[in-house]
Design a protein around this ligand. Structure first.
Ligand SMILES: [Zn+2]
Ligand SMILES: [Zn+2]
Length: 587
């Protein structure tokens, strides 16, 4: 699995060299910025003498296919610094990379030569273009990207491409992308009036509208119920805190760039919290604990603020204000495994509930070379704890990959990606085993021998943040939420004015049994009202005219179904209650 992945990355990056060849044939003096393989494809940044439009992409593709068919070999060779500088004297970007390598203390730099195209690059590459399927890649779009990601620098032209092992995989991916565009949470969120952003409030600060707030509240209700079953205790902590807390946690000074600037109150600096952990540690520390009390599980839907660059903000997926389905579990070493299993079991329960069929797990490990730098310098603990996570995943028979140098600074973690119905991937949660923060906060419990020892801390957030998870759900369901999550569950449409009092009575009946109901009694045609409610993706629509009033039976339009359902009011209520109480995906 892992090696296949690496091979695909090599193919993707090699195709970007071919793209550069095709570009350089048109613009011999082109400057070359970064050009990595990315998920599903690759990109390359260019400094071009003129702006280009998407018309150029098919031309480049055609030329790249010709190059692939020539079975061009990629040959690595090392070059002295002087020679490399001379080679790139026209290109300030490549010389910038050479400067970096020189500063790192390298003796020589690596080039890859494919036919006439010689390129500063560490590789790896395919041996020859024979390994590339000319029908399994596509150039997709052109974007602007600042040199070194810095707005003060020149904006370069970035060309993106997709590449897969087979043409079938490429087609499937393109179909998924087209479908994903239709399901874009920003578009549907606006149409369904779920959330918005306001210039006067600020970028990346989502405003939940009444209907979006219902979804958020339903998710919170679900989390509270489940956490209650698993023995969590709810806590609530402030949005701001004195800076000392973040020095203890290690967020300051290292994480300062991702935090909002401090405010001064009574001569002291206060920060908006970027995460809830230090607060929960403080609660744990407020009183002594015995080994018998553990695990202690503190849960909070905590509102956090993080500074994200404005260029990186994206709908609900990348925001500056986020509400996390957070909890911290303090456990004894002998409880770690069982507790982690419970956490993952809860993850699975949620994913089943939302009809998420594909979930991938990645065990993120430290890099022994970076102990004492990026990672806490405790080699033995790293090894032991990584093994615990590995065994948990193995014993739960979960498919997972391992990735070195992806852990958090305080411990290894399990990263979880979920896929929507159409196969789009979302990073939602991590489950982290922390053996460093408890020490920084001097957290202890009294063990069986009466000795003060340190607990482990598990960080988890299976429902991610409200922002990211609701964004995912919108795209997963294309706005067609299951009944229990639907902001409006039943909509009543009156045919004529004389039916309104009966409709109002019906509405009262539904409200009395906690059904979220709306009445459309506007003086408009029934056809118009039906079209409107179908745009709103309402699960059940009742049209009330003479026939319904006289028979007291309901004619129900079920979302996505042609046939009308004729059903007695009490039977319909029973049906609704059953679907809601089981949080069913059916209608
Ligand atoms: Zn390369
Ligand atoms: Zn945490």
């Amino acid at each position: 699995m892992k090696t296949e992945q690496n091979q695909m990355e090599t193919v993707r990056h090699s195709i970007s060299h071919l793209m550069s060849m095709a570009v350089q044939e048109i613009y011999p003096q082109v400057g070359l910025g970064v050009g990595p393989a990315i998920e599903d494809g690759f990109y390359q940044d260019y400094d071009l003498p003129e702006p280009i439009t998407p018309d150029i992409l098919p031309k480049l593709e055609k030329r790249m296919r010709e190059l692939i068919k020539q079975n061009i070999e990629f040959k690595q060779h090392d070059v002295d610094f002087d020679e490399a500088y001379k080679f790139y004297k026209h290109d300030p970007y490549k010389t910038g990379f050479i400067d970096d390598l020189k500063a790192k203390g390298e003796k020589q730099v690596s080039f890859y030569k494919s036919d006439w195209f010689d390129n500063l690059c560490a590789g790896p590459h395919v041996k020859s273009t024979k390994e590339i399927d000319p029908k399994a890649f596509k150039l997709t779009r052109i974007a602007g990207a600042y040199w070194r990601g810095d707005e003060k620098n020149k904006m370069l032209t970035r060309i993106y491409g997709l590449a897969f092992a087979t043409p079938e995989e490429l087609t499937a991916h393109l179909t998924m992308l087209a479908e994903a565009e239709k399901r874009d949470h920003r578009k549907i969120g606006k149409e369904l009036e779920l959330f918005t952003f306001a210039e006067e409030i600020g970028a990346g600060l989502p405003i939940w509208l009444p209907k979006g707030t219902i979804i958020k509240d339903e998710l919170e209700k679900l989390a509270k119920e489940q956490e209650e079953l698993y023995g969590y205790q709810r806590v609530s902590t402030p949005l701001i805190t004195k800076e000392d807390l973040f020095y203890t946690s290690g967020h300051l000074p290292h994480y300062a760039d991702s935090m909002y600037a401090p405010m001064e109150i009574d001569g002291e600096k206060y920060y908006l919290k970027p995460m809830n952990c230090p607060f929960h540690h403080t609660i744990y520390k407020a009183k002594p604990h015995s080994y018998r009390e553990l695990p202690i599980r503190y849960a909070e839907y905590g509102l956090c603020h993080r500074y994200e660059k404005s260029g990186e903000l994206q709908g609900l997926m990348r925001v500056r204000s986020l509400m996390m389905n957070d909890a911290h579990i303090y456990v004894r070493p002998d409880q770690v495994k069982d507790e982690l299993k419970k956490v993952l079991e809860l993850h699975q329960y949620y994913y089943n509930l939302f009809g998420i069929d594909k979930v991938t797990y990645r065990l993120s490990l430290h890099d022994p070379k970076d102990l004492g730098g990026k990672y806490v310098d405790k080699p033995k603990e790293w090894q032991e704890n990584e093994q615990i996570l590995r065994e948990v995943l193995q014993e739960m028979k979960m498919n997972f990959v391992e990735a070195e140098n992806e852990a958090s600074f305080y411990g290894p973690k399990i990263d979880i990606n979920i896929y929507s119905i159409i196969g789009k991937e979302y990073t939602v949660g991590t489950c982290q085993l922390d053996f460093s923060q408890p020490q920084k906060f001097a957290l202890t419990y009294i063990n069986q021998d009466g000795v003060e020892v340190m607990p482990f801390c598990i960080h988890r957030a299976p429902l991610s943040t409200h922002e990211r998870f609701v964004g995912f759900l919108i795209e997963h369901f294309a706005g067609n939420f299951p009944l229990w999550l639907s902001p409006v569950q039943v909509k009543i449409l009156s045919v004529g004015e004389n039916h309104i009092p009966y409709c109002e009575q019906l509405m009262k009946d539904f409200k009395a049994v906690n059904i979220r109901v709306e009445l459309d009694d506007k003086n408009e045609s029934v056809g118009h009202k039906i079209r409107q409610s179908s745009k709103e993706k309402i699960p059940y629509v009742l049209v009330i005219g003479d026939k319904e009033m006289n028979s007291q039976d309901l004619a129900v339009r079920v979302r996505g179904q042609e046939e009308l359902l004729n059903i007695a009011q009490d039977k319909f209520n029973e049906h609704l209650q059953k679907l809601i109480s089981t949080r069913s995906l059916e209608l």
